[in-house]
Design a protein around this ligand. Structure first.
Ligand code: DAH
Length: 340
């Protein structure tokens, strides 16, 4: 029996030596000290022994058992330390590596231009007014001196929702809404930025686009006031050296009406591809508010006068940043957007 114990001990030593994981240690433990383990089997064999020998053997087996347990425990600690050391070695973090760059967001060029236009006019004392994008025929046309069936409605291809409801084709209806709200207060001095819609889609037109409307109504407002305000705006937007030119034109809601050109920012007037050799680039429509429009807003055209204008925001952005196709503004291609 003593030999058997020695044999088991030798085997355990050997297996412990070769074991590499906590799982293997557990296997050895079960094989030797489990219910059916080799050491446990010895207890059964003691039955036939004399009382004296039984006690001796029992003690011996118990001692052996205790020794095994200590050995297993020691080996387990050793293994855990090894595993920890390996993990520490393999999972090191190089804190000196450069970080992953987080890309910044960019403001859309239209937002930039809108904000800049607003800023320029706020400094000149205008406030910002708003109106709905889905408008009635009355505000979008009739109150702006465009009765039903008037031929100049064809100047704009409008999206009608129904007979009397339209996606506003211009920001001009905000003129009427604001005058209605403010009358009889003076001055009415607002800009109205916002989305507008027309049935149009090519390199220089988009079915949805933006305008900024301007309106100043007061006693004694003259066309020279319009010219001064617009010159100020153009120089802030496109540079101190710019000049403007007012060309006679027609809009139903202004009389007289003028289209405003700015001296070409590329060639400064000598003629190039951008200005098609003319030295001038058209940037907005404007005029003195038509007496009938003042009336529609509740004001007395015998007492007050006013000027108005409408700027296309996409057009300003294209000129300012040299964008050749309006559709790029709406494609949302980050390679384009991140340039601003
Ligand atoms: N609403 C015009 C358009 O969309 C632009 C415009 C022209 C607005 C003259 C005005 C104006 O306020 O006075 O074409």
């Amino acid at each position: 029996m003593l030999d058997r114990i020695r044999e088991i001990e030798r085997q355990v030593m050997e297996e412990l030596e070769g074991s590499l994981s906590p799982e293997e240690l557990q296997d050895i433990k079960v094989k030797v000290m489990g219910k059916k383990g080799s050491l446990s089997a010895l207890y059964k064999e003691m039955r036939g022994l004399r009382e004296e020998a039984k006690r001796e053997m029992g003690q011996l087996i118990n001692e052996t058992r205790q020794r095994f347990e200590q050995m297993l425990e020691g080996k387990e600690k050793e293994l855990m330390a090894l595993l920890l050391a390996r993990r520490l070695r393999e999972e090191t973090l190089d804190v000196s590596l450069p970080g992953l760059p987080v890309r910044r967001g960019y403001q859309h060029p239209l937002t930039l231009v809108m904000d800049e236009i607003e800023e320029i006019f706020l400094v000149m004392g205008f406030s910002v007014a708003e109106g709905p994008e889905i408008e009635t025929d009355y505000y979008n046309f009739q109150a702006l001196n465009l009765p039903k069936d008037h031929p100049s409605r064809d100047m704009q291809d409008s999206f009608f929702v129904s007979e009397d409801i339209v996606l506003r084709s211009q920001t001009s209806p905000v003129q009427i809404r604001t005058m209605e709200k403010m009358c009889p207060a003076l001055p009415v001095k607002i800009i109205a930025p916002g989305k507008t819609f027309r049935y149009d889609d090519d390199a220089t037109h988009s079915p949805m686009f933006h305008q900024v409307e301007g309106l100043l109504v007061d006693e004694g407002v003259r066309m020279s006031d319009l010219k001064g305000v617009l010159l100020m705006f153009v120089r802030q937007m496109f540079g101190r050296k710019r000049e403007i030119r007012l060309r006679p034109s027609f809009f139903p809601f202004t009389e007289p009406s003028a289209e405003v050109d700015v001296s070409c920012m590329i060639c400064s007037g000598t003629g190039c591809r951008l200005c098609k050799g003319t030295g001038w680039i058209e940037i907005l429509g404007s005029g003195m508010v038509h007496p009938r429009v003042l009336e529609m807003g509740g004001y007395d055209p015998a007492k007050v006068t006013g000027f108005a204008f409408g700027v296309g925001v996409e057009r300003v952005a294209m000129l300012k940043y040299g964008i050749e196709d309006m559709r790029w503004l709406f494609d949302n291609d980050v390679r384009f957007l991140r340039q601003f």
